[in-house]
Design a protein around this ligand. Structure first.
Ligand code: NI
Length: 163
């Protein structure tokens, strides 16, 4: 297993809509192991492939029940609303109060290409939505109200240390 550097805000790979995984082979298995290792090392509760520079539609997560891998995930249901101080390994050191549906259900495939499903509220629901956003080229910043978003963007593009 290997630990990869995590791509951060401004890296173009984070804005790409990822390609579906078609081959469920050993390289995919190795990629998932590297992603899990990288997520634990960070540490984080979820990591999407673009965050290590791979524009493939897959992510890993662990909300406390052990590591899971979701390939070609699709959000199929969401409901309610929940505000949560959300962070992202690609925007290190920042947390944003973001409202999203409380409950989410996603379907996808496991590493053998078999159908899988995850559903839950609060942290699991949030992780599913956050990671699927990554696969569509969206960072959590895109979920902020427009005024706050532009403020945060200019702060990140011109951090105090660089002024
Ligand atoms: Ni993230």
């Amino acid at each position: 297993m290997a630990i990869f550097p995590i791509r951060t805000f401004g890296d173009p790979v984070l804005s790409i809509k990822t390609k579906p995984v078609k081959r469920f082979d050993d390289p995919l298995r190795r990629l998932s192991e590297d992603m899990i290792e990288t997520m634990y090392e960070a540490p984080g509760v979820g990591l999407a492939a673009p965050q290590i520079g791979v524009a493939k539609r897959m992510f890993v997560f662990d909300v406390g029940d052990g590591p899971e891998v979701m390939v070609n995930p699709k959000l199929v249901e969401s409901s309610g609303a929940w505000e949560y101080q959300e962070g992202c390994l690609s925007v290190p050191g920042h947390y944003f109060l973001i409202s999203r549906p409380a409950f989410a259900r996603a379907i996808g495939q496991d590493l053998d290409g078999q159908p899988i499903e995850f559903a839950g509220d609060e942290l699991l629901g949030r992780v599913l939505q956050h990671e699927i956003d990554h696969l569509d080229g969206r960072l959590l910043l895109t979920r902020l109200p427009p005024a706050q978003r532009s403020e945060v963007y200019s702060e990140l593009q011109n951090p105090p240390s660089a002024r």
